[in-house]
Ligand binder design. Structure first.
Ligand SMILES: [Fe+2]
Length: 259
C-alpha cells in the first residue's frame, strides 16, 4: 500500500499549539494521512507541558518528537515515562529518562519505527554519536518502515545522515532551525528527505521569537527570556508517500499552511 506520513515542524508557543489544533485535522483529512509526527519541543517555548502534549495528540499526532529543549519543562518527564508516544533524542546518554525511538502500529498490519535523533554540530557535545546510535537502533527489532526526525543545526550533518540511512530508512526530516527548506527529494535507494520542516508558530518573528528580543541578543544587550512573537501563525509540514511493499519513498512534498 501507499502509506502517507505527515511530519510537522516544531510547534512554537501557545499560539503555535492553537494553530496546529485548528489546522492539523483538516490537513490530515485533505491528504488522507495514515501517520503523523509532530515536533513539540518548543510548544512551551522551551519545552513541552503535559497538557500541550495531550492537545497535540488530540489534534491528530501519533508521535511527538523533541530535541535540545526536551527538559525545558520538567513536568514532561513523568508523561514521557508513562507514554511511548513522546520521544526524546535517542542519542542522549543512557542516564536520560524516556525513550528515543519506538515501533508503532500503522494501517493494515504495518509497523512504523520512529526515531528521534539530535545533531552534534553547534549543539551540546554531550550526546552520543547519532550515526552509530542509528546503526544500533536498526539492529533492534523489525518494522515495515523507519522514519527519523533528526533535530540538528547543521544542514551538512542532516544531509550526511540522510545519505548514511538511504536504503535503511524510508524517511528522514530535519527539525530545529524552524526555517523550511526547499530540497524535498527521494534518494536512489528510496529514502525521502528534507533538510528542515520549518515550524508551526508566529510568522512575524525570528524563528518564532519576538524580533526585538532577537535583535537585542545580536546587539549584545542584557539576556532576556525569549518569548514567542505575537501575530499570525503558519504551519510547516512535509508529506512522505511510501510504498510499504518495496519499502521505498515515492514522493516528498511540502504542505505548508500560511497564517
Ligand atoms: Fe531545537
Amino acid at each position: 500500500m501507499e502509506l502517507r506520513v505527515l511530519a510537522i515542524g516544531d510547534v512554537v508557543g501557545e499560539s503555535g499549539v492553537d494553530f496546529l489544533c485548528r489546522h492539523l485535522p483538516t490537513l490530515r483529512r485533505q491528504y488522507d494521512i495514515h501517520f503523523t509526527v509532530v515536533n513539540g519541543e518548543n510548544a512551551a517555548s522551551n519545552g513541552l507541558m503535559p497538557q500541550q502534549a495531550r492537545d497535540i495528540f488530540s489534534a491528530g499526532a501519533d508521535v511527538i518528537t523533541m530535541g535540545n529543549h526536551t527538559w525545558g519543562k520538567r513536568q514532561i518527564v513523568d508523561e514521557m515515562e508513562r507514554t511511548p508516544y513522546i520521544l526524546r533524542p535517542a542519542n542522549y546518554t543512557s542516564r536520560a529518562p524516556g525513550r528515543g525511538w519506538g515501533i508503532f502500529d500503522g494501517p493494515r498490519g504495518t509497523t512504523i519505527r520512529v526515531v528521534n535523533l539530535i545533531g552534534r554540530c553547534s549543539m551540546d557535545s554531550n550526546f552520543d554519536n547519532p550515526f552509530t546510535k542509528m546503526d544500533e537502533i536498526l539492529k533492534e527489532g523489525d518494522a515495515t518502515l523507519t522514519l527519523v526526525d533528526f533535530h540538528a543545526e547543521a544542514t551538512s550533518e542532516k544531509g550526511a545522515m540522510a545519505w548514511y540511512l538511504d536504503g535503511r530508512a524510508q524517511a528522514l526530516w530535519g527539525t530545529h532551525t524552524h526555517v523550511p527548506t526547499a530540497d524535498t527529494q527521494v534518494f536512489p535507494k528510496g529514502l525521502g528527505f528534507v533538510t528542515d520542516l520549518g515550524m508551526t508558530g508566529p510568522t512575524q518573528s525570528v524563528i518564532g521569537i519576538h524580533p526585538s528580543q532577537a535583535i537585542n541578543r545580536f546587539l549584545g544587550g542584557l539576556p532576556q527570556r525569549f518569548q514567542p512573537a505575537d501575530g499570525p501563525c503558519g504551519m510547516d509540514g512535509v508529506l512522505f508517500t511510501i510504498d510499504t511493499n518495496t519499502r521505498r519513498c515515492l514522493s516528498v512534498e511540502r504542505v505548508d499552511i500560511d497564517g
